[in-house]
Design a protein around this ligand. Structure first.
Ligand code: MF3
Ligand code: CO
Length: 250
């Protein structure tokens, strides 16, 4: 069942989203060679606590951390850990913020120091693919329009789109209907309606789209060891067009 949100509910989610955007902005300078993803986890927990917010991922379906930290060939759901990040790594930090009961979800791939041109181009195309998806998140369009915009652009740029993980509705809990694949056919799927709040979170790989699961039963990584990047926003569908609730640039 798709739950649509009131203007007030969307405003509250936007407050959570602005706080989350602030975390990613801070992480731009916090993340550098020598920092560990466990230090990032602790930094985020403190940042949220100081502002009266909590991390919604901790305890969700047994997940034990506030952040997911996915390094290089890890696609998503990497665990924060004690090994130091190295120059040239890319790391995706994903989190869900709960502020006064309202949720927002955003993932961002960060560069660790100087990175290769290959990694930078993957990140740039992945971020652009997210915005191409968001452009389609408007009343009257269909879910397939979002995935189609992402997939056609990503593949034309030579990358593959991960199929095993999708965007999703978000509201009282992290994952609600509808599911938003980052691939598909234009004009197909459920119609997008005013008041829907969804995440769009494309994961693009340099090599094959296929993933395999680590023994921890959480972390997915590319089958061929190539790099993977991800950008995610929480987006409200309104009669005035999509509102990005986790935008960092405003
Ligand atoms: N933030 C994730 C998403 O984009 C959810 C992570 S699953 C969790 O869908 F268990 F880590 F919370
Ligand atoms: Co997320």
């Amino acid at each position: 069942m798709i739950k649509r949100k009131s203007k007030r509910e969307i405003e509250l989610m936007h407050e959570a989203g602005k706080l989350l955007a602030g975390v990613h902005k801070e992480l731009r300078s916090f993340i550098k060679p020598g920092v560990t993803t466990m230090e990032i986890e602790n930094f985020v927990e403190k940042y949220l606590a100081e502002r009266g917010a909590t991390g919604e991922q901790k305890g969700y379906q047994g997940y034990e951390f506030t952040t997911c930290a996915s390094i290089n060939d890890e696609i998503c759901h990497g665990f924060p850990r004690k090994e130091k990040l190295e120059q040239g790594d890319i790391v995706t930090i994903d989190m869900v913020v709960n502020l006064n009961g309202a949720l927002a979800d955003s993932a961002w791939t960060h560069a660790v120091g100087e990175i290769s041109e290959e990694a930078q181009r993957l990140m740039d195309v992945t971020k652009t693919s997210l915005y191409k998806g968001i452009e389609q998140a408007k009343v009257g369009n269909r879910i397939g329009d979002i995935g189609h915009a992402i997939q056609s652009y990503a593949e034309a740029e030579g990358y593959s789109v991960v199929k095993d993980f999708t965007g999703h509705g978000i509201g009282e809990s992290i994952h609600e209907d509808p599911y938003i694949p980052h691939f598909g056919e234009a004009g197909k799927g459920a119609r997008l309606k005013e008041g829907m709040v969804i995440t769009i979170e494309p994961m693009l790989n340099i090599g094959s789209w296929e993933s395999r699961m680590d023994e921890n039963n959480w972390t997915a990584r590319t089958v061929d060891g190539t790099l993977s990047a991800q950008y995610e926003h929480t987006v409200a569908i309104t009669k005035d067009g999509p509102i990005i609730l986790t935008e960092q640039e405003e």
